[in-house]
Design a protein around this ligand. Structure first.
Ligand SMILES: Nc1ncnc2c1ncn2[C@@H]1O[C@H](COP(=O)(O)OP(=O)(O)OP(=O)(O)O)[C@@H](O)[C@H]1O
Ligand SMILES: [Mg+2]
Length: 356
């Protein structure tokens, strides 16, 4: 649900800023190094308790400052809640309506989808980024996913410790856990891909003018065999290398266009549009279940799209009804704004943010 107000303290070059964003589209403009990405990073931190720019979120704390704070009033179905996160060099303190909370509570309260120029790696980087993409979607889709995923991850971690230390006699207990929760995680992922596929097709059709798009799920092992049998037949190899070779932790999905692997045949521009379609289809699916639930952050992307696709994107975002924060170095780069309603423009200059 949309942020009604946002306060940012000591995030990168933003020392202190308070804004009242539009519940729909927010266009953030400013010169290079003015603090546009820093503003998106602050919102991302509020939703995910981590940064999208650096591994260590503490690097986002302004130089010479002890901590950063991001807080917001967030509209929910039954009123509004106050979300806040404070990060110092060591830890994160999360509050929802003054109560101490966990990262997962924050993520449920403010699902943020980030799209930036490097997001096209979703198609061609290693599988982990795609697994995280899937799991984020499922996490927001079904509250039961997280506890099952955690149990699976714990079982996998314990199994790998036993493999490394060659404690074979204790393996059976963790294999049982890994199978039980791994198969549940796998089922969630399969169901999610099935639900996402038609929405993705619709989006790909809009942005790429094609209906020959397909998502193929790979569960992380040879699915002609049972996972229990795979664990047994892999045991010697798993022991030799000290880790579990096959299982849901190796899951992936591939995108095919016209029966060919998209990443190997599509142009860079087409790959970007495909990535955009994937990311937005995830938000679209989420929106069908919980109206206007997601906050979309789009950093520096419009400059990379041609005029036609820029206006398609704007129109699409306008009809989606989610809260969007988009950055660019000039207002013109967003394209023709006459067709969209209720947007707000913010100008960023040396870390200060002003509504225009
Ligand atoms: N921890 C930090 N403390 C203070 N300033 C920082 C910190 N980290 C980065 N900066 C500076 O903050 C400024 C704003 O960076 P930001 O990436 O937000 O700019 P931007 O407006 O997105 O620019 P561009 O258009 O080039 O993407 C930069 O000058 C950067 O060097
Ligand atoms: Mg930037």
């Amino acid at each position: 649900m949309p942020l009604l107000s946002l306060d940012v303290l000591s995030v990168r070059n933003i020392q202190s800023a308070s804004i009242v964003p539009s519940p729909t589209i927010n266009l953030i403009v400013g010169a290079n190094a003015s603090g546009k990405s820093a503003l998106l990073e602050a919102i991302f931190i509020l939703g995910r308790a981590r940064s999208f720019r650096t591994h260590q979120v503490k690097q986002a704390i302004s130089f010479e400052q002890p901590q950063l704070i991001v807080a917001a009033q967030n509209r929910q179905a039954n009123g509004s809640v106050h979300l806040g996160i404070k990060i110092d060099g060591k830890q994160a303190e999360i509050r929802i309506d003054q109560e101490n909370c966990q990262k997962a509570d924050l993520a449920y309260a403010l699902p943020v989808q980030l799209i930036h120029p490097k997001s096209y790696r979703l198609l061609d980087a290693g599988a982990q980024i795609r697994r995280e993409f899937l799991d984020w979607g499922i996490f927001n889709h079904n509250l039961n996913f997280l506890p099952n995923w955690r149990k699976f991850s714990k079982a996998l971690q314990q199994r790998n410790v036993l493999l490394k230390t060659k404690q074979v006699n204790q393996l059976a207990a963790w294999d049982k856990e890994l199978l039980q929760y791994g198969l549940i995680v796998n089922q969630y992922r399969q169901d999610y891909i099935t639900a996402l596929q038609p929405v993705f097709l619709e989006m790909a059709n809009q942005f790429l003018d094609t209906s020959e798009i397909e998502l193929r799920f790979n569960c992380g092992w040879d699915d002609k065999q049972a996972l229990a049998d795979i664990l047994k037949s892999d045991l010697d190899r798993d022991l030799r290398y000290g880790f579990t070779h096959n299982g849901p932790h190796r899951a992936d999905f591939l995108t095919y266009h016209d029966k060919r692997l998209a990443k190997d045949y599509l142009s860079r521009g087409q790959q970007k549009l495909l990535m955009l379609a994937l990311m937005l289809s995830q938000v679209n699916l989420l929106n069908r279940e919980a109206q206007n639930n997601c906050c979309i952050l789009i950093d520096d992307l419009t400059a990379e799209l041609d005029t036609v696709n820029r206006s398609k994107l704007l129109k699409y975002l306008d009809t989606l009804g989610c809260q969007v924060f988009m950055t660019s170095t000039s207002l013109e780069e967003f394209g023709d704004l006459s067709a969209i309603e209720n947007y707000k423009v913010f100008h960023v200059k040396q870390g200060c943010i002003e509504a225009l």
